[in-house]
Design a protein around this ligand. Structure first.
Ligand code: OAD
Length: 257
């Protein structure tokens, strides 16, 4: 049976957040689930019908760019049809409270945090909104309008989604900023991620300072928000087990009352 959302844990979360000067959030697909974006590792997950190698690797793109673009155009259409949910809005409200002391690191490529008004968002896995030219390297924000199955850049080069695929590195500058935010925070909120994909998940031990990256200063308090326990749970000081679209607004309400 799934753990229940537990009120004393919420009280503890509110207490640590109320004391925090710097807050970092790491989100995953679960935060968008209530908007209608499928998560990755659920049985009805996004990769269903497609092997990851075919649609989310550089070699898959070289082999069949049309298939890859069909897949990403379908994801773009899905995201275009949905809206941020109360969980996204609650995270935006948290940013209003902490201002420059608040960093939202997301593994999601759907752009829903920005659509909710979050400003300091680090999209470490890229964005469905953007294309990147394999010729001139230009990155363009194309919104979510459908693109051709073989879109080309003005320079004649082939366009690919500006998304981090398997076997690829994260964008270096964004990742550096995420590491710094995790290292400097007093509280790390880990929301809706199975925490199995690295290096994203390694932000959790970095924040706890239980990593070789920095183990000198005392670590952050880790609060996990998820439907279930995950790989992050062993690091979590507080566990809020329920849908993020309910838990996060509750947290914000309690913080402001
Ligand atoms: P997963 O699909 O692995 O995990 C989603 C998590 O969200 C699970 O732990 C669920 O229990 C939880 N969840 C589902 N609904 C929820 C809800 N309403 N409220 C709270 N939690 C909920 O997705 P990620 O951890 O984001 O990478 O996956 C990480 C990366 O794996 C993705 O960014 C993607 C994929 O490979 C790339 O594409 C590079």
């Amino acid at each position: 049976m799934e753990p229940e959302f537990d009120d004393p844990e919420l009280t503890r979360a509110v207490a640590v957040l109320a004391q925090a000067r710097r807050v970092c959030v790491l989100t995953g697909a679960g935060v968008s689930a209530e908007s209608g974006v499928p998560t990755f590792r659920a049985s009805d997950g996004l990769w269903e019908g497609h092997r990851i190698e075919d649609v989310a690797t550089p070699s898959g793109f070289r082999k069949d760019p049309g298939l890859v673009w069909k897949f990403y155009n379908a994801r773009r259409a899905n995201v275009k049809a949905v809206s941020p949910n109360p969980g996204h809005h609650a995270l935006r409200a948290m940013e209003d409270r902490w201002g420059g002391g608040f960093t939202l690191v997301t593994q999601n490529v759907d752009g829903l945090h920005k659509a909710a008004g979050s400003r300091n968002v680090l999209e470490i896995h890229g964005s469905l909104h953007r294309t990147r030219c394999l010729g001139c390297g230009e990155v363009q924000d194309r919104g979510l309008e459908p693109l051709a199955d073989h879109p080309l850049c003005e320079c004649g080069g082939r366009l690919r989604p500006d998304i981090v695929w398997f076997h690829e590195s994260l964008p270096e500058d964004i990742w550096e900023q995420a590491l710094r935010a995790a290292d400097a925070c007093n509280v790390l909120l880990v929301v809706g991620t199975s925490a199995v994909v690295h290096p994203a998940a390694s932000l959790i031990p970095v924040a706890k300072r239980r990593s070789s990256w920095n183990n000198v200063r005392p670590g952050a308090t880790v609060i996990e928000v998820n439907l279930t326990r995950t790989e992050a749970s062993e690091y979590a000081d507080v566990g809020l087990y329920g849908p993020s679209g309910r838990v996060l607004p509750e947290l914000v309400d309690r913080l402001s009352s």
